[in-house]
Design a protein around this ligand. Structure first.
Ligand SMILES: Nc1ncnc2c1ncn2[C@@H]1O[C@H](COP(=O)(O)OP(=O)(O)OP(=O)(O)O)[C@@H](O)[C@H]1O
Length: 545
């Protein structure tokens, strides 16, 4: 187009007549040419380099575009890291997640590195009297994290600390003191951290995160809510129940989560004090207080029968690893171990139903807390899983299998059990009579799951994905961040995390402009004169001044 137009301009110059005007032959009419295009047709030899330069510029631009495209996409798919520190009741655990975001904006995790988590004991709640000492335990975890993440990625790797039941049990002032000490350490960790990223999360959040990771692992997240699987976690200090329910729920128990095209209406509640370790400790305390000692008919009036500890166990002062239990365990000489599964189950049931009389307006399965009827399949994790593993049960074992195994264990002599399970430490072995009875009391006697029901699976991972709420929290945060980027195109372009068509076009335009400027700069400055003697135009190069 431009060339045609240009030619027209040149051609429109006054044509020399056959009788040139009588003029001094050495006087030229000079016309500096700023429109180089006008000269291409006049002097092909001089005009040739410019199209070459232009072509080379385009090819170079395209090559650069290609390289930047590959670079941006490869950086988007390169391995990234995220860190969550789980401040649990029994200990503090760091999780280093390695992942990449694929082109469809899906998080793809790499779980081959099983050593990407580390736990230190005791839990944060143990530092109530000396909050500054928290830095030692966090320091060890951070050292681990720094080894797992390449140094050049520390600054972009987000680190969050989420504390659970252990800290929830402390008063708010003490929680704040401990959290502030944690923040001091995290601020100088080298990782990306904001103060609000260290917090005590609610039990309901914990349950929702666990539900997310379970359904992510099962491939049901983003699908029909009715196909999702509920989750029941039995932690050390609390137990969480989370599942999709179509029943009406008071807002306090109802959570709504959106993934893909679906919104999931979840019931989620954390039953504080119902975790295995705290429940076990409460049981011992209650036995001593004679709240419901099955030894009422005991001949030893000064002794209290403990039906949840196998006979032959010698009572001694033991120090549980739970941080919030400051004093020594109440397992004292006042208790007499006399393992009996049925009695232990009854004692556990009384704990689980404590306060049930306050539950008037709705149905309560556990304590005095509302819960809709269980719906769908469930994964039972943490202590449910560890107990089933200890008794070598199948993943889809019936509760009746656990009942039989528990009856046998509780009734066994302690010395025989110790001999059989030499690799376990005594404190751990001691919990399995109680845990088997507590689980049957919780799932069957309280939640109404039949002894031969197949809806429950005991698990702590699905395929190679650990069912850890911390991973669920990470998935939720990362997904929300990715969704945010979809609308925030400025962030998208400059973060390089998600190259879009727009960023490609923008880069392309910049490269083309640079190429065009270079070609223009290199273009010769020409002048055209009319040679009166020769009777034609002559084009010649003039130097840059
Ligand atoms: N390998 C294991 N074998 C047996 N029990 C275990 C094992 N690992 C953890 N547990 C028990 O599972 C429970 C939950 O463990 P986890 O490490 O998640 O505790 P936590 O996060 O401190 O507890 P909470 O969720 O109540 O704060 C605890 O009671 C702990 O003793």
């Amino acid at each position: 187009m431009r060339r045609l137009h240009a030619r027209k301009r040149v051609d429109s110059k006054p044509k020399p007549t056959t009788d040139p005007p009588k003029m001094d032959p050495i006087k030229f009419q000079s016309r500096p040419s700023s429109r180089s295009t006008a000269l291409f047709s006049r002097n092909p030899r001089q005009s040739r380099p410019t199209p070459y330069v232009f072509a080379i510029s385009i090819v170079t631009s395209l090559a650069l575009l290609g390289f930047s495209y590959i670079f941006l996409f490869s950086s988007a798919e390169s391995t990234k890291f995220g860190i969550i520190i789980d401040g649990g009741s029994t200990g503090t655990r760091i999780h280093v997640f390695r992942y990449r975001v694929d082109r469809s904006k899906t998080l793809v995790f790499d779980f081959k590195q099983v050593s990407d988590s580390l736990k230190v004991n005791p839990g944060l709640s143990a530092y109530g009297e000396q909050p500054e000492a928290v830095s030692d335990s966090l320091g060890e975890l951070l050292e681990f994290g720094r080894k797992k993440v390449p140094k050049e990625q520390w600054g972009e790797t987000e680190i969050r600390l989420m504390a659970t039941a252990g800290l929830r049990l402390l008063d708010v002032e003490l929680q704040d003191k401990i959290l502030e000490e944690c923040r001091k350490v995290l601020r100088v960790s080298g990782f990306k951290f904001h103060d609000e990223w260290a917090s005590v999360i609610t039990g309901s959040d914990e349950g929702v995160y666990a539900w997310i990771v379970a359904n992510y692992a099962l491939g049901t997240l983003g699908g029909n809510p009715l196909d999702t699987t509920g989750i029941i976690e039995l932690g050390g200090a609390s137990a969480q129940v989370t599942f999709v329910s179509s029943e009406f729920m008071p807002s306090k128990f109802s959570r709504s989560i959106k993934f893909g095209n679906f919104t999931y209406n979840l019931y989620s509640h954390s039953f504080l004090h119902f975790g295995l370790d705290v429940a076990h400790e409460s049981l011992r305390e209650t036995l001593i207080k004679r709240d419901f000692s099955p030894a009422a008919d005991s001949l030893h009036k000064e002794m209290y029968i403990d039906p949840c500890t196998p006979k032959g166990y010698l009572p001694r002062s033991s120090n549980l690893s739970l941080g919030f239990v400051a004093e020594k365990s109440k397992y004292s000489s006042e208790l007499q171990a006399r393992g009996n599964f049925s009695e232990c189950r009854s004692a556990a049931l009384r704990l689980l139903h404590k306060g049930k009389e306050k539950c008037s307006n709705y149905h309560c399965y556990l304590g005095s807390v509302f819960m809709p009827k269980l719906q769908g399949n469930f994964l039972a994790t943490e202590n449910f899983f560890y107990t089933s593993k200890f008794f070598r049960l199948r993943q889809r074992a019936f509760l009746s299998d656990l009942m039989m195994a528990g009856q046998h264990f509780c009734g066994e002599d302690w010395s025989k059990l110790k001999k059989k399970h030499q690799s376990l430490d005594e404190e751990e072995l001691l919990r399995y009579c109680f845990s088997s009875a507590y689980i049957v009391a919780l799932l069957h006697d309280s939640l109404g799951i039949a002894l031969d029901d197949e809806r429950i699976s005991f698990a702590n991972q699905v395929e190679n994905i650990p069912l850890d709420w911390a991973l669920g929290a990470f998935i939720l945060q990362s997904t929300a961040k990715l969704d945010g980027q979809e609308t925030d195109w400025i962030t998208t372009i400059f973060s390089g995390e998600s190259p879009t068509l727009f960023s490609m076009v923008a880069i392309s335009a910049i490269l083309m402009f640079v190429a065009w400027s270079i070609s223009k700069w290199r273009k010769p400055q020409l002048k055209t004169v009319y040679d009166l003697e020769k009777g034609r135009y002559i084009v010649s190069r003039i130097g840059r001044s």
